[in-house]
Design a protein around this ligand. Structure first.
Ligand SMILES: [Zn+2]
Ligand SMILES: [Zn+2]
Length: 302
């Protein structure tokens, strides 16, 4: 089932395959009415996506997905919606994070190459990876190349055999820094995929999840991504109930990166029911918090 809203999409400004403009055009083609571009630690594609949205008649919400860390939770992802992507403080902080991340990717490749040497296999070529990534090398690019070289058959194997043992910890923001950065750009902070909280994507116990969610709410997070690709109706209902109890927003997103047959653009689950007023409530919250959107000419949708 396709739903007309998809508020979690990646472009090639982070680790997605399509340019922001292509993404908007594809969104139009599958019948989406409202999308949000939420690249990892980057707002570089937002201006292009917003402009393409006007051209194609798709409402584009400016967004970002920040990687945060807290205690044992190494992969907390925080979505920021309706942020003013031109805010200097936001851009400076994200540029610095990307600079550090670029170095991390290369450090991981060096460790993997040492392991490949032990296995009598040819090393990965960092130049090839840079070209593939069109900039900073991330773990998805490395896993893709490992598969292409025949060192792993599929992504999970690439992670289990190489990327997890050769990991280099990421420099990440804390939850409070993440919320502050989103709010500095007048955005709304929403916890992404509440079941995935570590880089290894290990399943958390329900108690751990709740502990973390409550911690995040105390830091100023205002919503939960209750609808996420792969979530079933009982999970969605669980987060909706929680949102009701704590006066939180809920959002819905696929986390689409590329057409790999796993996650499809706008595809949020079979036969699940999704509230239709998600975007409306996000806009209402924005107005309560910040007033009208500052530049109606640029984003005429709020
Ligand atoms: Zn994420
Ligand atoms: Zn994502």
């Amino acid at each position: 089932m396709s739903f007309a809203v998809d508020l979690h999409l990646h472009s090639n400004c982070s680790d997605g395959a399509y340019s922001p403009r292509e993404l908007v055009s594809n969104a139009k083609a599958v019948g989406l009415k409202v999308i949000a571009l939420t690249d990892h630690d980057s707002v570089e594609g937002v201006a292009e996506a917003v402009a393409a949205g006007k051209e194609y008649g798709v409402e584009v919400i400016p967004g970002v997905e920040l990687s945060l860390t807290y205690e044992e939770y190494s992969g907390i992802h925080l979505l920021g919606y309706y942020l003013d992507w031109r805010t200097p403080k936001l851009n400076e902080a994200l540029t610095e994070l990307r600079r550090v991340r670029a170095r991390r990717g290369e450090m991981i490749v060096e460790k993997i190459n040492r392991l490949l040497k032990k296995e009598d296999k040819a090393p990965l070529d960092i130049g090839e990876l840079r070209a593939k990534a069109k900039g900073s090398v991330g773990r998805p690019h490395i896993s893709q190349l490992l598969i292409e070289k025949g060192y792993a058959e599929y992504q999970q194997e690439a992670f289990d055999r190489y990327l997890v043992p050769c990991n280099v910890p990421k420099k990440k923001l804390s939850p409070i820094e993440g919320v502050a950065l989103i709010e500095a750009a007048r955005g709304i902070a929403v916890l992404a995929h509440p079941t995935i909280l570590t880089d290894e994507r290990r399943p958390e116990s329900a108690a751990d999840q709740l502990k973390l969610i409550h911690y995040m709410l105390a830091q100023g997070v205002e919503g939960l991504e209750a609808v996420y690709s792969g979530y079933d109706q009982s999970q969605i209902d669980f987060y909706r109930d929680m949102a009701r109890k704590h006066n939180l927003l809920i959002t819905a997103g696929s986390d689409f990166h590329r057409a790999d047959g796993k996650i499809e653009l706008g595809r949020l689950g079979m036969g699940i029911s999704i509230p239709t007023d998600i975007v409306q409530r996000l806009k209402e919250r924005y107005r309560e918090k910040y007033g009208n959107y500052p530049d109606l000419k640029t984003t005429a949708y709020i």
